[in-house]
Design a protein. Structure first.
Length: 163
């Protein structure tokens, strides 16, 4: 009999259509987590991703983390053309990083990123980017732990026309 304090094994695999309902729920979890950082987000219902297209696209690697067959996390890497003035012509963009609250702090996000990096290397891509809100300190810490460094801050301003 296994020791009950032993952590359960996390398995990382490609997402499949059967994961759609869980992934749609995760998408809402991402939006809920990001809403306090972004006053420009539309009211609910709101959606970020075309998950079905992501599952089938050859330029996207959508992965899920599972424990005992239950999906507990997600993340994707998408191949993108880079700006013409950059040294690299293509890069990978990471997003949809989500881990169920009960499994946070156990390195699941790091495992997903590691598997995505392995796919990115196979694609012969050497530059990886992602976006994170400047005041989302927990996410920034997690991405820095995975090897990312702060690069640029995007700025915005809301213009209110005079009365």
């Amino acid at each position: 009999m296994a020791n009950q304090t032993e952590p359960e094994e996390v398995v990382i695999r490609k997402a499949v259509r059967e994961d759609m309902s869980t992934l749609l729920r995760f998408e809402q979890g991402v939006i809920l987590a990001e809403r306090p950082f972004d006053p420009t987000l539309k009211k609910d219902p709101n959606f970020y991703y075309d998950i079905e297209e992501m599952i089938t696209s050859p330029s996207v690697e959508l992965l899920v983390a599972t424990v005992a067959g239950t999906v507990i996390g997600s993340g994707y890497a998408r191949l993108e053309a880079s700006k013409s003035y950059l040294q690299h012509s293509r890069h990978a963009y990471l997003g949809f990083m989500y881990v169920e609250p009960a499994f946070r702090g156990r390195g699941v996000n790091q495992q997903i990123i590691g598997a995505l990096k392995a796919w990115i290397v196979i694609q012969n891509i050497k530059e990886v980017r992602l976006d994170v809100y400047h005041n989302n300190f927990n996410a920034i810490k997690a991405y820095e732990k995975a090897g990312f460094a702060k690069h640029m801050i995007a700025m915005r301003m809301e213009i209110t026309p005079p009365p």
